[in-house]
Design a protein around this ligand. Structure first.
Ligand code: PMP
Ligand code: GLN
Length: 387
């Protein structure tokens, strides 16, 4: 048999699927894969149900239904004071995962260099490589995950086509601040590069802080492609509705990739998301407040058990140092172990590194119902008290 594509053949199954399968197999409380529970807005579920019955149910425009493109543009104006033309600067995708692939396939020419920041979301590297890009990886170091400015600057050169930036960041919970954004913006201008901005957690930001898109900085409007996800903003991850905002010159090649990957996204779900984006401020604030409470509930419980918690400014995730627990094994072994033996699933942070020598951090998802968080904490407390 002739071999299949070497890049995908060399990939394992994504860690999120691996841990969720293991959690199901062992009846574990799943704090591994990042999906929320009990936060789905009832009005959106009603809107989707109505749109399934009444339509639209046929292929929409490949760019997305006009109502959602308009809603994405209105949202950009409302939250970030960005003027966006819904007709030429917005495209709806089947989730941020597809949006990322569209951007990378649409912009990378074989041999282009692509700057990536580790820890990184697991789809970035294989897609960059499959698109012919040459990754230049810059690492953030725990526990503060500060941007290593010298290393970042050194990763850019005249072959750099683009950088992929994730803020608020999975799994670190890091939110890039204005100075870090300005530093990156300067590099993009100096090296004539683009930025694919993965901002799926834009509304999941805590402690009174606000997310600021790189696109809002001077000279960035023509260099950034901003990706959002209704899955995160409306706690409906299975819907897979995402959106890209970019100037026409950048969006056009990206739309060419999209037209041959998925072409369109379910129009009834798009209709519901359009209604959701117009939700009042109380919805967006309520989401952040609710998640912050869940973060604090889980952090307190984990710290009582003996984990050392890293700070989390945004996202669904808390990173915990397992060294104080005295477990003989790395983060991968630890996550398997607590799933099977304690009945709580988590995700090893080393899976967000290409060559993970950082092997003592695990990621817990706190976007769960209080009862699930409490049950997970009780199970872990019981287990570690026995050991
Ligand atoms: N980027 C990051 C950083 C993520 O954590 C996720 C997780 N789901 C995605 C992209 C993908 O989002 P979607 O489900 O909309 O494809
Ligand atoms: N982004 C989510 C996470 O980090 C899950 C997405 C997925 O399962 N691919 O857990």
């Amino acid at each position: 048999m002739k071999p299949a594509n070497s890049i995908f053949s060399a990939c394992g199954t994504t860690i999120f699927e691996v841990m969720s399968r293991l959690a199901v197999e062992h009846g574990a409380v799943n704090l591994g894969q990042g999906f929320p529970e009990g936060l789905e807005p009832p009005a959106l579920l009603q809107a989707a149900a109505r749109a399934v019955i009444e339509g639209p149910n046929q292929y929409p425009s490949m760019m997305g239904i006009p109502a959602l493109r308009q809603a994405v543009a209105d949202h950009a104006k409302r939250f970030y004071r960005l003027d966006v033309d819904p007709a030429t600067e917005v495209m709806v995708t089947s989730g941020a995962t597809e949006a990322l692939a569209d951007c990378l396939f649409g912009l990378i020419e074989p041999g282009d260099e692509v700057v990536l920041i580790e820890p990184l979301y697991d789809s970035y590297l294989p897609i960059v490589r499959r698109a012919g890009g040459i990754p230049r990886i810059v690492r953030l170091a725990p526990p503060h995950w500060a941007l290593p400015r010298e290393a970042l600057a050194a990763a850019f050169n005249r072959r750099t086509k683009l950088v992929v930036l994730n803020s608020p960041m999975n799994p670190t919970g890091k939110l890039l601040d204005d100075e870090e954004l300005a530093f990156i913006a300067d590099l993009l201008v100096r090296h004539d590069a683009y930025c694919v901005c993965d901002e799926v957690y834009e509304h999941l930001v805590f402690d009174g802080r606000r997310h600021r898109p790189l696109m809002t900085l001077p000279d960035m409007r023509q260099r950034c492609l901003r990706i959002g996800s209704a899955g995160k903003t409306f706690s409906l991850t299975g819907w897979k509705v995402g959106y890209i905002t970019a100037c026409p010159a950048l969006l056009q090649p990206v739309a060419k990739a999209h037209q041959f990957f998925t072409f369109t996204t379910p129009p009834n779900l798009q209709q519901a998301v359009a209604e959701g984006l117009a939700s009042g401020d109380e919805y967006y604030q309520g989401l952040a407040v609710d998640l912050q409470k869940r973060r604090d509930r889980l952090a307190e419980g984990l710290s009582n058990i003996g984990f050392e918690l890293l700070s989390c400014a945004g996202s669904y995730f808390l990173v915990a140092d397992i060294r104080p627990l005295g477990f003989a094994g790395d983060d991968v072994a630890f996550c398997r172990h607590i799933t099977v033996e304690a009945g709580v699933a988590a995700v090893p942070v080393s899976s967000f590194f290409e060559n993970g020598d950082v092997r003592h951090y695990v990621r817990f998802c706190f976007a769960k119902k209080d009862a699930a968080l409490d049950e997970a904490l009780a199970r872990l407390a019981r287990y570690f008290a026995r050991r």
